[in-house]
Design a protein around this ligand. Structure first.
Ligand code: SF4
Length: 378
């Protein structure tokens, strides 16, 4: 039995239980200042035959685990075998297959950063082969860049949808042109709109990612308002937010160190998110399912749930400064998941103790420490 296949470094949080098939390697742009994932790595299109071998290897591992379940007397049920593999996986590929099977084996995510750049006939061939080889897969998703989606012909995107491409995840990050330029995103707001609309028109589900905090202290207002404007024109099925992190290896790290980019704190980012949501006038499902977000419970279908989402922000903003600080620290050290957790006296006490431990004066943890705590998770 082949015992492995190639895996890329990342997938969206919502694809945690997807089979991961690496179709391209790294990022063809690789210049965004806030991204360190593929820095120093060369972009490559993987040959279709090589990708097919990986799909066959994934099938062989899947079949091996199913055969093991039969031999162990569990019949068609792989749960016990999968749990054993998850607790002590021989390699990452086995871990991925076990996780995928544990959640039904229905979805696949094509890695890496911009699969759409692959020639359409090749990508169609890969998707068809994947679905024929592993027929339990009903959903195939991938990352794409707006620029590439803007260049693809609508007929090509429709062909990909017909082959089985169900959803594209696009890193919009911002809709504000000066900020896109400053961050070297390599795309304009107009290209974001064109690419996004192309995907929507093809019938492929679209998830656009917004990076909260990207405007720093200087451009947060324009970032919020212009991002909402662009999203309103695209009208994607999903909007997902995550919060800026700044790590070594990102070009932005040097600018933060040198003082030319001043990061916004949690409270400013909450104000930015409020402005973004207030200005959204579309039909997307808004999701905050990223560990970096302060208020992960901001979620809902627009426009109906807008007030409910803004109410979460009002609730946070109406807390006393001490309680907001308690929540920020508690959230960043992993004590709280949501505002309701503050009502638990034990959790509240733990957050107070964390403040005493992490601050110089026993009361106020610095923004730098809070950023550091957040960045440990990624
Ligand atoms: S396009 Fe995406 S993967 Fe590539 S550098 Fe920018 S953020 Fe990173």
């Amino acid at each position: 039995m082949p015992d492995s296949f190639e895996l890329g470094p990342i997938r969206p949080p919502s694809e945690a239980y997807s089979l991961l098939i690496r179709v391209t390697k790294n990022c063809p742009w690789n210049r965004c200042k806030f991204c360190h994932i593929y820095k120093g790595q060369k972009f490559e299109l993987r040959p279709v035959e090589e990708v097919k071998q990986d799909i066959l290897a994934a099938k062989a591992i899947q079949d091996g685990l199913k055969a093991m379940a039969w031999k162990s007397g569990y019949g068609g049920s792989v749960e016990v075998v999968v749990a054993t593999v998850l607790s002590n996986p021989p390699n990452e590929a086995y871990f991925n297959i076990a996780l995928w099977l544990s959640h039904g084996g229905t979805s696949a995510f094509l890695q890496d950063a911009n699969t759409l750049i692959m020639p359409t006939p090749d990508l169609v061939e890969v998707i068809k082969f994947l679905k024929e080889t592993l027929p339990s897969i009903t959903q195939v998703t991938s990352y794409a860049r707006s620029k590439t989606a803007a260049k693809k012909k609508l007929a090509e995107l429709k062909e990909l949808r017909e082959a089985g491409l169900s959803r594209l995840h696009i890193g919009l990050e911002s809709g504000y042109d000066p900020l896109l330029k400053y961050m070297d995103k390599g795309v304009t707001a107009a290209e974001h709109i064109k690419g996004g609309k192309n995907v929507v028109a093809s019938g492929i589900s679209l998830c656009e990612y917004v990076l909260l905090g990207l405007g720093g202290k200087k451009m947060w207002r324009e970032h919020a308002v212009e991002t909402a404007r662009v999203l309103n024109q695209i009208d994607p099925e999903f909007i997902r937010v995550r919060t800026l992190t700044v790590k070594q290896g990102m070009p932005l790290y040097q600018e933060v160190q040198g003082g030319s980019f001043v990061r916004a704190g949690d409270e400013e980012i909450v104000e930015e998110e409020k402005l973004l949501i207030e200005n959204l006038d579309c039909h997307a499902y808004f999701v905050s399912d990223h560990i970096t977000n302060l208020l992960q419970e901001i979620e809902g279908k627009l426009p109906d749930d807008k007030d409910k989402m803004l109410a979460v922000i009002s609730r946070f903003q109406s807390l006393s400064p001490e309680e907001r600080h308690n929540f920020r620290v508690g959230r960043r050290v992993g004590i709280y998941n949501e505002l309701d957790d503050m009502d638990n006296p034990r959790q509240h006490e733990l957050a107070e103790r964390a403040i005493e431990k992490l601050s110089d004066d026993g009361k106020q943890v610095s923004d730098e420490t809070i950023y550091f705590l957040m960045e440990r998770f990624i």
